[in-house]
Design a protein around this ligand. Structure first.
Ligand code: HAM
Length: 430
């Protein structure tokens, strides 16, 4: 019996990696355009960070975390999301005093013990951004603009952005009371989780996906109608900026998001292509988070999205082809001992000029090597035998057209000919 993978934790295979690279490259490119700097934080943090930051009453902390004691009995947790860790890093490195305005982005695995299904994994991967240090509604608009730009660069359509404001902590407290009053008469007809949520945090009822709860949720009062004047002004200014920048949104008065750190602006970008797991990314403001972690009052806003869901849409939209990944520049087919010696040496030299080269390592016959070259989807194939080794010239076959041309086998001359055209918009060769 071979050892199976852990349920909900997938291998990402070489055949699929092209989609991931495409999504990651787009994320880095948009981060460059908006001037966000990359941060990489540990996968493991003290459990308390998420308990305090994300909130004890959330599904994430209540039932989805991978928590364990280390050898000294300290409770550690595999990060279920990035925002709390990055807020922790903000304080760890003293940015609150030295450089309080920070625009950061991140990519990486997150862990939640959820029921695995299409687009929902136990180890999944997020791309996200976080901005610390400004309350200005222009930052909310920039963060949403970043999300739309990323989708545009990836050519994704059929998306819509739900927007709401849940106000400051006082507004939320008041809104909780309003929801408590709204749900109390009908709670007997709602699911068991909602009964618990009514006492713990009635806001969480609005995230419930159970069909029996939906009619009561649809009738619930919206949070944006119960904001203090400062939060109402902030929300109006965010909408004005989105309008001015031509960024589309739909107001959803019952959007509250499933994490407790949110304040004011919340949003989700949805896709019709994802079925039940239709949230491609979600985010909002968390003006109280840094303070909850014992830092000074520091506003923040950001979003995170799921790579698995993004890749699902990319794969559905474009037919799977090797061209999405990095294409091999050259496959060297060798004949005889001398050809093999020459070919392997040439391959090594070409690589030092930045050309990607592969070669058969199992002493296969010519026909087998040719079909291997085909399968690698190389742009060029070169056959090197005794003659080529002697004369230092050979025939280079362009695989897409079948054309053959005479080439000089000096590595520097050949490398120039093999160099792929630069796709400058992505900052790399394609
Ligand atoms: P979240 O809504 O919990 O927010 O997750 C953000 C995105 O991660 C979701 O919209 C979804 O695309 C993806 N995601 C979540 N769970 C899974 C899963 N089990 N499998 C696959 N994909 C998943 C946050 O995590 C916040 N930290 C976002 C944020 C950043 N807010 C402000 N800054």
């Amino acid at each position: 019996m071979t050892i199976p993978p852990v349920r909900g934790m997938n291998d990402i295979l070489p055949d699929d990696i092209g989609w991931w690279m495409k999504a990651e490259a787009a994320m880095r490119e948009i981060a460059r355009r908006y001037h966000y700097r990359e941060i990489r934080v540990p996968i493991v943090e003290h459990t308390e960070l998420f308990a305090r930051g994300v909130g004890e009453a959330t599904d994430i902390v209540g039932k989805e975390m991978y928590t364990f004691d280390d050898r000294k009995g300290r409770s550690l947790t595999l990060r279920p999301e990035g925002t709390a860790s990055i807020a922790r890093a903000y304080l760890t490195h003293g940015w609150q005093t030295q450089d309080p305005f920070q625009k950061l982005f991140y990519l990486g695995p997150m862990f939640r013990y959820e029921k695995p299904q299409k687009g929902r994994m136990r180890q999944f991967h997020q791309f996200g951004i976080e901005v610390f240090g400004s309350l200005d509604p222009t930052v909310d608009a920039e963060v949403i603009g970043f999300a739309w730009s990323l989708m545009r660069l990836l050519g994704l359509e059929d998306l819509w952005l739900r927007l709401n404001s849940i106000g400051c902590s006082e507004d939320r407290e008041r809104y909780r009371g309003i929801l408590h009053e709204h749900f109390t008469p009908s709670i007997g007809r709602m699911c068991a989780d909602c009964k618990r949520r009514l006492e713990e945090n009635p806001l969480r009822i609005l995230d419930c996906k159970e069909a029996i709860c939906q009619p009561f949720i649809d009738e619930a009062p919206g949070s944006a109608d119960h904001l203090c004047s400062e939060c109402a002004d902030h929300f109006a200014a965010v909408r004005e900026w989105l309008d001015r920048l031509g960024l589309a949104y739909e107001i959803d008065p019952r959007l509250v998001r499933g994490l407790d750190y949110y304040t004011r602006t919340v949003f989700e970008l949805m896709s019709k292509d994802l079925g039940a797991q239709d949230t491609l990314l979600g985010g909002g403001r968390y003006d109280g988070l840094v303070e909850m972690l014992d830092g000074p009052p520091t506003p923040g806003v950001g979003f995170a999205g799921g790579f698995e869901r993004l890749v699902l849409i990319l794969q559905e939209r474009e037919s799977q082809e090797a061209g999405v990944g990095e294409r091999l520049d050259l496959f060297v087919v060798t004949l005889g001992d001398e050809g093999r010696r020459y070919g392997i040496t040439l391959a090594e030299r070409l690589r030092s000029f930045g050309i990607s080269v592969d070669i058969d390592h199992r002493g296969r016959a010519l026909r087998k090597q040719m079909s291997l070259a085909d399968r690698t989807h190389a742009r060029y194939v070169l056959v090197v035998g005794e003659d080529e080794a002697k004369t230092g010239t050979g025939k280079l076959k362009t695989m897409d057209t079948g054309e053959e041309s005479d080439v000089n086998l000096h590595a520097d001359t050949l490398a120039e000919q093999l160099r792929p055209p630069c796709d400058c918009s992505r900052g790399r060769h394609s």
